[in-house]
Write a protein of this length. Structure first.
Length: 430
């Protein structure tokens, strides 16, 4: 139970990187495992640790190096014969390891998340064309019978999602040398799953004889070679720094290489809507964000937008204290039932202790912003988002903001407070 102190800042300045997203990290790790040679994966999230230990049970050696993971590839057929593999918690990214394990000669029991049963059934049906045999024994378990000599396949479906396309392409690597696997997708697909293989020395050719609305990816069997991977940062972990730079004086901050997609940019779009100066600079496979201190306007967050932002309500509320006018957050009543803690009531209490003008109603809160804040002690209930949000509040509050259970942030961003310190220009002492 550690405590951190945050003081008022004069400005936020410099550059930051944040940990990558778990799905990208999982994919990079499993691809590294079947390569020849060592792969270094930079900016891995702490949540990858449990999944890395499960891969270690298959004989894959991995070493942690600060925020990187070094994976010693075992090649296509180097996995040891662990009888049971736990892939729970991987979500859709479980498709790749299932395909890789299905191509091995050993019989295995694989545990999965029950909500993936339909997707896994589709995958197993497709993999049957290679000679692999697998079946669901329940919604959360499947048996892979093992295959000695898998063959290449031509898959006619064009509406497969990115995870299944990658899984089928990788399954094709196990066929006889020179054999060709074909996976089709829409001509305008932006999945870029072929890039994951070409960067590892596997040639993926487009088939231009197909229907003009369809693009076929043609892959020859072979062992991929190791490569280093710089994971794009998780935009959610960048948000506290972005908000800090927007609300603190003459700040100028660059958040380097973050992943921005339609499904994760709701908060970012809101910041720009309320006049936050956030410039997006596209980089290959990622984006840099240039953030400057801004005069922000109040707004209303409700309905679908509130649902998308419900995990970020503490940070949203801290942001609201620094906007001009009324800032309404509603339709977040689910936060009143979080593990026996009414987070809305707790948040309202903390904001009032800071000196913010806050109204509370059953489904949310309303904040009248642009008022001076004074620091207080913050009980976070060991919630990383609460600790991060009030660390940001400390940058615009008079006095010492005492944040209890600050080590809870290590579960999502080890070194968060040190990173915040590194970009904080302190107020001059009188």
């Amino acid at each position: 139970m550690l405590e951190r102190i945050v003081n008022r800042a004069r400005k936020i300045s410099g550059q930051v990187r944040v940990p990558g997203e778990l799905p990208d990290a999982v994919t990079a790790m499993w691809l590294a495992a079947i390569c020849d040679g060592n792969s270094r994966i930079e900016h891995v999230p702490p949540s990858l640790a449990d999944h890395a230990n499960r891969l270690r049970s298959l004989g894959v050696d991995m070493k942690d190096d600060d925020d990187a993971l070094v994976v010693a590839g075992v090649g296509l057929r180097g996995f040891t014969d662990a009888e049971t593999i736990d892939l729970r918690g991987l979500g859709a990214e479980a498709a790749l390891p299932i395909a890789l394990l299905a191509m091995q000669p050993a019989k295995r029991l694989v545990q999965i998340d029950a909500e993936l049963a339909d997707k896994v059934q589709t995958l197993l049906g497709s993999l049957a064309a290679t000679g692999a045999v697998g079946r669901l024994t329940s919604e959360s378990e499947l048996t892979l019978e093992g295959v000695e000599s898998p063959v290449a396949a031509d898959y006619p479906d064009v509406d497969l999602d990115a995870e299944l396309k990658l899984a089928l392409l990788c399954a094709g690597l196990y066929a006889d040398e020179g054999s060709v696997t074909i996976v089709r997708q829409g001509a305008n697909s932006k999945d870029r799953v072929d890039d994951l293989l070409t960067s590892r020395g596997i040639e993926v050719e487009p088939n231009r004889r197909d229907d003009p609305n369809v693009r076929a990816m043609i892959t020859k069997a072979g062992t991929p070679t190791a490569c280093d991977v710089d994971l794009p940062g998780d935009l959610e972990q960048a948000l506290p720094f972005i908000v800090a730079a927007l609300i603190v004086g003459r700040s100028e901050l660059t958040v380097e290489r973050v992943a921005i997609r339609p499904e994760n940019r709701t908060f970012l779009d809101l910041l720009r809507q309320i006049k936050g100066e956030v410039e997006i600079l596209d980089r290959e496979g990622a984006a840099d964000l240039l953030v400057k201190g801004s005069r922000l306007k109040g707004t209303r967050v409700a309905d679908k937008r509130a649902s998308s932002l419900i995990d970020h309500v503490p940070l949203l509320a801290v942001l609201a204290t620094q906007t001009e006018g009324e800032f309404i957050i509603r339709d977040v009543e689910a936060l009143r039932r979080c593990e026996n803690v009414d987070l809305i009531a707790h948040l309202v209490s903390l904001l009032r202790e800071l000196g913010a003008k806050v109204g509370e109603y059953p489904e949310g809160l309303v904040i009248d912003g642009a008022r001076p804040l004074k620091a207080t002690e913050v009980v976070t209930h060991a919630r990383p988002g609460m600790a991060q949000a009030f660390a940001v509040a400390g940058l615009v509050s008079k006095g010492n903001m005492q944040i209890h259970d600050s080590d809870s942030v290590d579960a999502v961003f080890p070194g968060f407070f040190d990173t915040l310190d590194s970009i904080t220009v302190k107020e001059r002492k009188e």
